[in-house]
Structure formats: structure tokens, C-alpha cells
Design a protein around this ligand. Structure first.
Ligand code: SAM
Length: 479
């Protein structure tokens, strides 16, 4: 039976409820009146300085996703853009993945790290090698990382992950610093989540891969990840352990996208119902070619238009949740999705273990082919030319504004007085320390213009002073 309050995977992600949802969506996909009502419900409500959005449940959002009427789809896109503007403005948060180890005991059929892959070079970074990687990342300008690792209790035990996090936070090279480490490792115990929390992680990220239990079990035929319930209930253990910010995701291409979409939203509804706060982020990766993996083997690949629609519908359904797109996608796809709701992107990524300290892009330990191979400086310049503010901000997490405290910042409309100046100040640091002259020129003009968009005059004056201080060599200001 479907119950979003249940702690059992098969009850909060309920197969029958998803099938009923898909049936309901199919039946109503041409029901203009209902679709317009749903869009109306999701519209931002402005009240003085504050703005709020009701969001949508999985059934309502699934109707939008099923709709094929171009006029209504255009309406959806316009609404997704409006919601994004209301909560995220034109800021785009930047991050990079850091691959620690590709040793893995699982057998995920879409991932080249699977245990049966005998020809991929296995590598685990030593703490010395991590230092080198972090210095290389700091020299690019990164402040926020997502660490990635295969699951292997012998080679990559939790102690190794904890030690690596400590090493990453400890490195201060020139003006560089990694100020937030997000963690993408396999589902683990509540006790281990407590240890990660104590190590000062930002978001705990775990992709569900697929919400379809039967497919899940086939796609993960052996190893600890085979256990659907243990994997699906991981975020509850993480949140019980005190981790406020969790990141969901589906690997699109494995199962029918409409099924995954409903499952993803049910997962978000469950976290909100049980823990009082929904997911901090949702990632939308698509299966890519990799070592011994051919993405065409999976029948459920989605085209760019469907991908855009999914992104817009997620934006509308969970307005307070950040959305992440990685360098799995190319420049033009990223451009499209940024408009429709994506608020966080990686740049200059290497998906190989030890890849950042090597000059040329190494392939032999890569997790998947990177489509967007531009350097970070180029990505930052590109974003600014498109009218975005690349942000290296990590202030919320460092000020304890996580979980529901972050959400209330969103809802009270204080973002423009807080995130906006923080984005500008961290961009200024990037321009001073790492940018090419062309990027710096565009960035400095952008900062001058955008400082005027800080509504509170006092905050605006302080932000201007801080920006001047950064120019004079000081670092790490935040609101
Ligand atoms: N090992 C951890 C786990 O199993 O959750 C997390 C790290 S894994 C390196 C990160 C993610 O990469 C996986 O959750 C999966 O969704 C994604 N991934 C694996 N193979 C991929 C492929 N061929 N193309 C795109 N993404 C892939």
C-alpha cells in the first residue's frame, strides 16, 4: 500500500501507485482545463519581499510530463523559468567531481567500475595523491567538490573516505580552499552517516539509478547494491544521522522515464513528510558511453526534448530543490537545461581517478565519457556571456543554513540579499586568482552591474566594500 510516511521502500515508492499515476497522467494528458489548473497551482505567489510556491505532487506533475500539446509545453517552460528566477535568480553554482577510487565490488551493468571488468585500470588515490588533485582543483578555482568512489569495504572503507575528506579540507594552497565537500558514495549504515556528518560534509548524494524494483535488481545483479530496500532507504538513514542536505537522482535511460519521474517525486514527498525537509538537490544524469559500456544497450534512452521537459517539470514540482547537471551533457544541452531549472553545474571535470593532476585528459580509469570538455575558465566565461553569475559560494552550509533553514531563506525572499552578494564575492575571488584576462574583464563588468541588484542598500554597500577588499587581496567574505 502507498504511504509516503512509511519507512519501507516499497511503501513510499509504491509500484501500484506509480502505475496508477501513469494511468491518470495518460488519461488526462489532453485535459487542458486540468493542466491549466495544475500550472496555476504551481505559480509563484509574491507577497511583498517574500515569494512562495506550492509545488506539485507526483500525480499532478506526471500529468504535465505526459502532455504533448506544444502551447501548454511552452507555458510549462515559461513557468519553470519564472520559478527558477524567483528562487535562484541568475546564479549558477559551480562544482567539480573528485574520483577517489574505482575499486568496486558491485556489478552495476551500466557502470564500467563493475567487478567483472578485468581490463579497466583500478586505482585508489593515496592521501598524497589526493593533495595533488586538490591543489590542481584549487588552481582551477574550485571551492566545492563532490567526492566519488566505488563501493569496496576492503579498498575504500569509510575510514578511507573520512581521512580523504580531512585531507581535502586541510589543503590551503595559495588563496585556494575547498570549502564544501559533497559526498557521493554507496548506501551505508546510519553509524557511517553520522561519521560523515561529523567530518563536515555538505550534501550526501546517492542516485537511485532506477525506482523500478524489478529492473533495479536486474541492473544490480550482485554485490551489496543489489539490495533495493537498503539502497532506497539510505536517505532516511542519512537524515536520521543528522545529515540535513541529501541529493537524489535517477540515471535516465535505464527505465521508462515517466516511471522514474513519478518515483523521484514520491521520494521527495517521502523525505518532506518524514523529515520535514525535501531533497537539497536532484541530479539528472543520462547513461553515457564508458569503457565496456554501450549506452545503446539500454532501451529507455531519452532525447533532448524529453530531457528538457523532465527538467522543467521537476523545477515546477519541487521549486526549492536545486538541480544539477554534470559534464555528461554537452554545451548546447546544458544551455537549454540551465534556462529550464538547473541551478548547479560541474566544470572542467575529469571522471578518472587522479585525472586532475595529469595534463592530458586520461581515459583508462574514466567512469564515463565527458561531453563538455571545456576548462573551468571557459565555462565561467560562457555562463557570464549567457547572462548568468557563476557562483563559488558555500556560505549557507558554513553558516549552518542547511535543511529547513536553507528552505526558509528561500521562502522569505532573503536570497537576493544573501546568495546574490555571496555569488558576486566568490566570483570576484575567482576572477582575481584564476581567470584569464578576457574572463576577468567580462566578470568585473558583470559584478559592477549586478551589485546594483542587491535590494537592501546597507547590504549593497557592505558587498561593494567586500569586493574592494577582495581586489586588495583579502578573501572569504560572506553574508
Ligand atoms: N558508487 C557509488 C554508488 O554506487 O552510488 C557512487 C559513485 S558512482 C561513481 C556515481 C554515479 O555515476 C552512479 O550513481 C551512476 O548513476 C553514475 N554512472 C555510472 N555509470 C554511468 C554511465 N555509464 N554513464 C553515466 N553515469 C553513470
Amino acid at each position: 500500500m502507498y504511504d509516503k510516511y512509511s519507512l519501507k521502500a516499497e511503501e513510499f515508492i509504491n509500484h501500484e501507485e506509480i502505475l496508477k499515476t501513469l494511468e491518470y497522467a495518460e488519461k488526462n494528458k489532453n485535459n487542458k482545463e486540468l493542466i491549466n489548473q495544475i500550472l496555476e497551482k504551481a505559480r509563484p505567489v509574491y507577497n511583498g519581499k517574500s515569494v512562495s510556491c506550492a509545488g506539485l505532487d507526483h500525480r499532478e506533475a506526471s500529468v504535465l510530463l505526459a502532455c504533448k500539446d506544444n502551447e501548454l509545453i511552452e507555458k510549462m517552460y515559461a513557468l519553470a523559468q519564472e520559478i527558477k528566477q524567483a528562487f535562484y535568480g541568475n546564479r549558477i553554482v559551480m562544482f567539480a567531481p573528485l574520483y577517489l577510487s574505482n575499486y568496486c565490488v558491485n556489478s552495476c551493468v551500466y557502470c564500467p567500475y563493475h567487478i567483472k571488468n578485468k581490463h579497466i585500470a583500478r586505482k585508489k588515490l593515496t592521501q598524497e595523491e589526493i593533495k595533488k588533485e586538490v591543489i590542481a582543483l584549487q588552481d582551477m578555482g574550485h571551492k566545492r567538490l563532490a567526492i566519488e568512489s566505488g563501493e569496496d569495504p576492503v579498498n575504500n572503507p569509510i575510514e578511507y573516505i573520512l581521512e580523504s575528506i580531512k585531507t581535502i579540507y586541510s589543503i590551503k594552497h595559495k588563496n585556494g580552499a575547498i570549502r564544501r565537500v559533497n559526498v557521493n558514495i554507496a548506501a551505508t549504515t546510519e553509524e557511517n552517516y553520522k561519521k560523515l556528518k561529523d567530518a563536515g560534509i555538505g550534501t550526501y548524494i546517492l542516485f537511485q539509478e532506477t525506482y523500478h524494483k524489478e529492473s533495479y535488481e536486474k541492473l544490480h545483479p550482485a554485490g551489496p547494491k543489489h539490495n533495493y530496500a537498503y539502497h532506497t532507504e539510505a536517505m532516511d538513514r542519512a537524515m536520521n544521522a543528522g545529515i540535513d542536505d541529501v541529493g537524489l537522482g535517477v540515471l535516465f535511460g535505464l527505465e521508462l522515464y515517466k516511471y522514474e519521474f513519478a518515483g523521484l517525486l514520491m521520494h521527495a514527498e517521502h523525505l518532506e513528510a518524514v523529515h520535514g525537509v525535501g531533497p537539497h538537490t536532484i541530479s539528472v544524469p543520462r547513461v553515457k558511453r564508458a569503457d565496456d559500456i554501450d549506452p545503446n544497450v539500454f532501451d529507455n534512452g531519452i532525447d533532448d526534448d524529453t530531457f528538457s521537459k523532465i527538467t522543467a517539470c521537476i523545477r515546477i514540482a519541487v521549486p526549492y530543490t536545486g538541480m544539477i547537471i554534470s559534464t555528461r551533457e554537452n554545451e548546447s544541452c546544458r544551455n537549454k537545461l540551465l534556462k529550464l531549472g538547473v541551478s548547479q553545474i560541474s566544470g572542467g571535470s575529469r571522471t578518472s581517478v587522479g585525472g586532475y593532476s595529469e595534463k592530458d585528459r586520461p581515459h583508462e580509469t574514466e567512469q564515463f565519457d565527458v561531453s563538455d570538455q571545456r576548462e573551468l575558465d571557459e565555462v565561467v566565461r560562457w555562463l557570464m556571456k549567457l547572462g548568468y553569475i557563476p557562483s563559488f559560494c558555500t556560505a549557507c552550509y558554513r553558516e549552518g543554513r542547511t535543511g529547513d533553514r536553507f528552505m526558509s531563506l528561500c521562502k522569505t525572499g532573503q536570497i537576493q540579499n544573501c546568495c546574490h552578494p555571496n555569488a558576486l564575492m566568490t566570483l570576484k575571488e575567482f576572477l582575481e586568482d584564476y581567470a584569464s584576462p578576457e574572463t576577468a574583464k567580462i566578470g568585473n563588468e558583470l559584478i559592477t552591474k549586478e551589485l546594483e541588484n542587491i535590494p537592501n542598500p546597507k547590504t549593497r554597500a557592505i558587498a561593494k566594500e567586500y569586493i574592494e577588499n577582495i581586489h586588495n587581496g583579502k578573501r572569504d567574505f560572506r553574508f
